[in-house]
Design a protein around this ligand. Structure first.
Ligand code: ADP
Ligand code: MG
Length: 701
């Protein structure tokens, strides 16, 4: 059995269950090992049967001495084993289906602990399918932590942990790619120990060890992969010819004829670029004319206006007679960029072909797109990762921009880079990464920071409310919509999910329809929809044909509908602060006052306090910093900063120390053996190449 074997090759997994795993993004046995628990529970303490009533509706461990043999009867289509027990005047019944052999286990006179959910039927307490332990066994497990996993409808918790157990047992994980001396230097656990204990920790210390190792691995691989890539790309001479930049000191009249399109458009924009935007654009345009090709990261908080920078840079390329490409992480976003660009072209009478290339085009449409790409030497091409996955043909590509870089892996950058004749590369990210960390993570790039948001904007007003204030919130939504505005409502789930008490878009959309006047159009949007449908809904929302969009975090990145002024986030405590900040960034994009309502559906004060950090500031850097302070470095049960780079466990803020260590180790290794060619590095090389292939596959949504 190999990590790359399909999940269906495990015993007991049929086509149906296999599909459920696919819904979770788990395709191979290797994937399931990476399906880390989102939290851990302690086993409940043992409760004597007399006190069972105090455990009603909870999962409890009930200790019982059996005084009557279990009884097996034939149910409708299965055998039912039931065990009646009593202590003083408390009666309970435990029931199992299809397990008649339990008769032999549950012997009269012996003590057992039954673990399950306690229900009540009349005067008798009831447990269905409880797990059975001897008291000794149960006590020995009391320090263990029980994983709870991200689930999907139809896939039970037990089934998932069973499958992971099975995978851990059947795979040979004894080979550790990380050299012994690296492990020894930093006290890192062995790979197989780490995997075993991240899923089924023996105790909290073991979990901490496991996490440390796996987080180290994530950073180490990322940095190694980036470092190896840098090796390949460093110092590529710039063979593209761009006309020289006209500096402001020159006489503008004399040069009118040759004035750059980017400058012309800039003058005509309905707004003035901020100083930070101007500086960034200048840096880019200088790079385009530099000695070597550009490798630049543009960091700018949500709403700082990165799209226009991309546009103006691409315009520069088009004027010089080259193609350029803009790659977005979602189809919705690619579509939106396409529309923004097309509008700008119409407004300024520019005659440059803009081509949209996404994964959902039909074969025929794609052929047409490819033909146009061949035909137009200065086209601006906008798309999703289809841009790189398909054998897209570029005739004359000089500039490649990736929007929301954190959503892409290292591999995507590389592949796109290798297309065409090594174009200039610009990556844009809204992730607020402190400069020191950015240098570690993106050491191969120059960095521009847009540290300023357009001045005219009113800061978004945010509040954290409890469940009880929902009606007030709906009332508020109705008022804003009556004023002609629009609203987003975010739910964590697509559909109802087993074991998860969180709002889902499907049901919520129905619920909120009832709350809105009849003429208000409510629609839902989520990642499982066909992309044609997603695009249609986004377009309708952009045209205000939909007023309330109930969505998952598909709209987290980039979406720009300036008329939307309300962002309501259900179960807000489930999201990372960075993610909430991104979500909130969907409003406050126009001139109207915007609002963000975060619904905290728990009673936890800690959750409330965390969310209130967002009330204090609209600044992504500040938020990330405060989040870190509040959670403290030891608090690894905190919510993951999802959406941040491609780390599953690692958090670049909380684990900044490990990030530094991993970076040092990775660079040490690269200094010694730049391409990891030596025989003793074969295991690492193999691991990195698997890592890169994986990255290519898991572009989010
Ligand atoms: P992000 O940096 O989050 O990608 P966008 O590029 O989507 O932000 O810009 C957000 C909004 O701000 C857009 O509607 C854009 O037209 C507008 N915008 C960009 N730059 C400025 C500016 N200098 N002044 C006013 N509005 C701007
Ligand atoms: Mg953007």
């Amino acid at each position: 059995m190999e990590k790359s074997s399909g999940i269906g090759t495990l015993k007991g997994i049929g086509a149906k269950t296999e599909q459920l795993f696919h819904n979770l993004g788990v395709y191979t046995i290797g994937d399931i090992l990476l399906h880390y628990p989102k939290d851990y529970d302690k086993l409940p303490p043992i409760t004597p049967l007399e006190e069972i009533s105090s455990c009603l509706e909870t999962t409890a461990a009930i200790a019982v001495r059996i005084d009557k043999a279990p009884f097996v009867r034939a149910g409708r289509n299965m055998q039912v084993t039931s065990l009646a027990v009593k202590a003083q005047d408390v009666k309970a019944e435990f029931v199992w289906f299809r397990m008649p052999y339990l008769r032999n286990t549950l012997k009269v006179g012996e003590w057992f602990v039954f673990l399950g959910k306690v229900a009540q039927k009349g005067t008798v307490f009831h447990m269905e399918q409880p797990q059975i332990y001897t008291p000794e066994k149960y006590e020995s497990m009391q320090n263990c932590l029980w994983p709870s996993y991200p689930l999907t409808a139809g896939l039970k918790k037990n089934r998932l942990s069973q499958t992971i157990r099975q995978a851990l047992e059947e795979l040979d994980l004894s080979v550790d790619y990380l050299p012994e001396e690296v492990r020894a230097r930093h006290g890192l656990a062995e790979y197989n120990y780490a995997l075993e204990n991240i899923h089924f920790p023996e105790n909290e210390t073991a979990l901490e060890q496991a996490r440390k190792r796996l987080v180290f691995d994530e950073f180490f691989k990322f940095i190694l992969a980036a470092g190896m890539q840098k090796e390949q790309m460093e110092e590529v001479p710039n063979s593209f010819v761009f006309p020289p930049l006209h500096m402001e000191t020159e006489n503008p009249d004399a040069k009118k004829q040759e004035k750059a399109w980017a400058d012309l458009v800039m003058e005509e924009l309905p707004f003035c670029l901020t100083e930070a935007q101007k500086r960034t654009l200048l840096e880019i345009r200088q790079d385009l004319r530099g000695r070597k090709v550009m490798q630049r990261l543009v960091q700018g908080d949500v709403g700082s206006g990165k799209t226009i920078i991309a546009f103006l840079s691409m315009l520069d390329a088009a004027q010089a007679g080259y193609q350029s490409a803009l790659m977005a992480p979602t189809e919705v976003l690619a579509m939106q960029h396409y529309q923004t660009f097309t509008e700008l072209f119409e407004r300024y009478g520019l005659k440059i072909p803009v081509i949209l290339l996404t994964g959902s085009l039909t074969a025929k449409e794609k052929r047409h797109v490819y033909e146009r790409m061949q035909l137009y030497h200065n086209a601006m091409i906008i798309g999703t990762h289809a841009l790189i996955q398909e054998r897209a043909l570029y005739d004359n590509l000089a500039l490649v921009i990736t929007d929301e870089q954190h959503r892409f892996g290292v591999k995507q950058r590389e592949t796109l880079f290798l297309k065409g004749s090594q174009p200039h590369v610009l990556v844009m990210s809204a992730t607020p990464i402190p400069r020191t960390l950015a240098i570690i993570l993106y050491g191969d790039l120059d960095i521009s920071v847009i540290d300023e948001v357009p001045a005219r904007r009113l800061p978004i007003k945010s509040c954290v409310v409890g469940k009880k204030s929902r009606n007030t919130s709906y009332e508020f939504l109705r008022k804003e919509i009556a004023k002609g505005r629009q609203a987003y409502v975010i739910c964590p789930l697509v559909e109802e999910s087993e074991g998860l008490e969180a709002e889902n878009v499907t049901d919520y959309a129905e619920k909120i329809k009832q709350e809105m006047p009849g003429n208000v159009v409510v629609e839902c949007l989520h990642g499982k929809m066909k992309s044609g449908r997603k695009n249609l809904i986004m377009e309708q929302f952009a045209r205000n044909e939909i007023q309330v969009l109930v969505s998952t975090t598909v709209i987290e990145v980039g979406v720009n509908v300036p008329n939307a002024t309300v962002m309501m986030i259900e179960d807000a405590q489930r999201f990372g602060l960075a993610q909430l900040h991104q979500l909130r960034g969907r409003v406050g994009r126009g001139e109207e006052q915007s609002y963000c309502i975060m619904v905290n559906t728990t009673d936890s004060d800690k959750a409330k306090k965390r969310l209130e950090i967002l009330n204090k500031s609209n600044d992504g850097f500040f938020i990330a910093g405060e989040d870190l302070k509040l959670r403290g470095p030891g608090d690894f049960f905190g919510i993951r900063q999802s959406g941040l780079l491609e780390f599953r466990l690692g958090d670049i803020y909380q684990n900044a120390d490990l990030l530094k260590l991993a970076s040092e180790e990775a660079h040490l290794l690269l200094e010694e053996d730049r391409k990891l060619e030596r025989p003793e590095h074969e295991k690492i090389r193999a691991e990195i190449s698997t890592y890169l292939n994986r990255q290519a596959e898991i572009v989010n949504l």
